[in-house]
Design a protein around this ligand. Structure first.
Ligand code: DX5
Ligand code: ZN
Length: 220
């Protein structure tokens, strides 16, 4: 497989008291993107942080900020996340009525536009926006918490979306429960980019874990 593998540590599982240092540490450990989970206690049953915190950690790395918005509605806040330093802004297909408009707005803000699907959401919602997205984020857990188990039924969805993408320049990312033991299956299904939260931050050696994830993919 020639598509480049990207590893995106999710700072959801980082030490929030030392968030800037944690971002720097995963950057130096080989992260391709910094995955930033924004939760509103409404779309998902958990709360994290908003644009002010994102802006405060922006100076700790030059790696792209991959901002995953688990908020509903997302539309009123897109400009705030762009201004805070997001490079990629991903909205959920389930979160707003006007998905296409959100993607247009994100592009108008000069950012890469992503769409995420909950495990129960059918990939057919992507059909009419395939020419308007840079990133598709398949949730392999129900969003809201780190440390959950990978939902294997999402492998079939990843494979079907890979087929839908065809030769378009769209990154296919998987988020939730990714570990060295299952990343190869997600890669074989067709994912390019892998979010890993608890797998990276639960150990002391971020470099070793990110290396183990890359190694597991290479062996597939
Ligand atoms: C879940 C978040 C994920 C989460 C992944 O709602 O979107 O990014 O941090 O954490 P792990 O890798 O522990 O499942
Ligand atoms: Zn996420």
């Amino acid at each position: 497989m020639s598509r480049e593998v990207k590893i995106a540590p999710s700072i959801l599982s980082a030490d929030f008291a030392r968030l800037g240092e944690e971002v720097k540490a995963v950057d130096e450990a080989g992260a391709d993107y910094i995955h930033i989970d924004v939760m509103d206690g409404h779309f998902v049953p958990n709360l994290t942080f908003g644009p002010t915190v994102i802006q405060s950690i922006r100076s700790y790395t030059d790696k792209p900020f991959d901002v995953h918005l688990m908020i509903s509605p997302a539309a009123p806040y897109l400009a705030d996340y762009a201004a805070a330093g997001a490079d990629m802004i991903t909205v959920h297909a389930e979160a707003d009525i006007h998905l296409h408009r959100n993607l247009q707005v994100i592009h108008d803000l000069g950012k890469k536009a992503g769409v995420s699907l909950n495990p129960s959401t059918d990939e057919s919602v992507l059909e009419n926006v395939l020419d308007d997205v840079d990133l598709i984020l398949v949730m392999s857990v129900n969003p809201g918490f780190g440390g959950q188990s990978f939902i294997a039924s999402q492998l079939g969805k990843i494979a079907r979306i890979r087929g839908m993408i065809g030769d378009r320049d769209i990154e296919l990312m998987v988020d939730g429960g990714i570990k060295p033991s299952n990343i190869a299956a997600a890669r074989e299904a067709g994912a390019d980019a892998f979010v890993a939260g608890s797998a990276v931050f639960s150990g002391d050696d971020y470099h070793a874990t990110i290396g183990a994830l890359r190694e597991a993919v290479k062996e597939s």
